[in-house]
Design a protein around this ligand. Structure first.
Ligand SMILES: NC(=O)c1ccc[n+]([C@@H]2O[C@H](COP(=O)([O-])OP(=O)(O)OC[C@H]3O[C@@H](n4cnc5c(N)ncnc54)[C@H](OP(=O)(O)O)[C@@H]3O)[C@@H](O)[C@H]2O)c1
Length: 249
């Protein structure tokens, strides 16, 4: 007999995921981890065409289907096109990961209208319109949305005012979408702390060690574990999971 702990555990095998901004960095790590779990992948990118092609090849090496689609998420008609294309090419969507973002540094005096609009458009408006465009597909599959917030959206960083506000908005977006799309579609978010990626300046790690009770920065697999956990957790919706080594404590 199946252990009780596995009764609610559905596999991700043969599901379809679209990960925004997945040509490189964390988005790519999420796409590859989902592919390892048996998921077919739409690699969304804006400018990183060569990296997107590499990501597609890496997913294919794992034995899953992948395509790359470009869209500027600052433009709602391109978002609609992205999901129309997804529907045409795959016929279904089970998981939307809203990972694409910018990270614009600007304090009280240096925040311009342009920086404010770029932060909010990419980090908050785009995930909403991606969710809106994906909703008809996700309702059909009882799918799920995973947004990316940021610890800056919980703490508020004065050197990143518009960024912090945009990511705080993602926390509320996650709650309101969870209500609006229930019971068919679950919506959750991950708020990563500093995640060290290959090529990041080594001094970031030293600074982070001092701040985090767990004594290290995060790795991409700390985040991809959380994505898989949320994708499989059938009784969790509207939550923001903080994955930060305890740094916000
Ligand atoms: N890395 C960290 O330590 C960390 C910490 C906290 C939170 N997060 C969050 O985790 C997520 C992933 O982080 P990351 O560092 O991997 O992200 P990233 O490298 O800053 O951005 C990922 C991708 O977003 C795409 N993008 C940006 N603006 C776009 C637009 N207008 N339209 C379409 N695509 C756009 C870019 O695609 P192209 O290159 O193709 O243009 C970029 O490669 C983000 O939401 C981030 O805020 C990350």
């Amino acid at each position: 007999m199946m252990p009780a702990s596995q009764h609610n555990r559905e596999s991700l095998n043969s599901k379809v995921a679209l990960v925004t901004g997945s040509a490189k960095r964390l988005g790519r790590a999420v796409a590859l981890r989902l592919a390892q779990e048996g998921v077919d992948i739409i690699i969304h990118y804006r400018k990183s065409r060569a990296e997107a092609a590499e990501a597609v090849a890496e997913v294919e090496k794992l034995g899953r289907r992948a395509i790359a689609i470009t869209a500027d998420l600052g433009n709602v008609s391109e978002i609609k096109w992205l999901f129309d294309e997804t529907s045409k090419q795959f016929g279904r969507l089970d998981i939307l990961v809203n990972s694409a973002a910018n990270f614009l540094s600007a304090s009280m005096d240096s925040t311009t209208e342009e920086i404010w609009d770029a932060s909010v458009d990419t980090n908050l408006k785009a995930p909403f319109f991606c969710a809106q465009a994906a909703a008809p597909l996700l309702r059909r599959t009882n799918g799920t949305i995973i947004n990316f917030a940021d610890t800056g959206g919980l703490l508020g960083w004065p050197g990143y005012i518009a960024h912090s506000v945009s990511k705080a908005g993602v926390v509320m977006l996650t709650k309101v979408l969870a209500k609006a799309l229930a019971p068919e579609v679950r919506v959750n978010a991950i708020a990563p702390g500093t995640i060290t990626m290959t090529g990041d300046p080594p001094e970031w790690e030293a600074g982070f060690r001092k701040l985090a009770p767990l004594g290290r920065s995060g790795t991409p697999s700390d985040i991809t574990d959380a994505v898989v956990f949320l994708a499989l957790s059938k009784f969790i919706t509207g939550q923001t999971l903080v994955v930060d080594g305890g740094s916000t404590l």
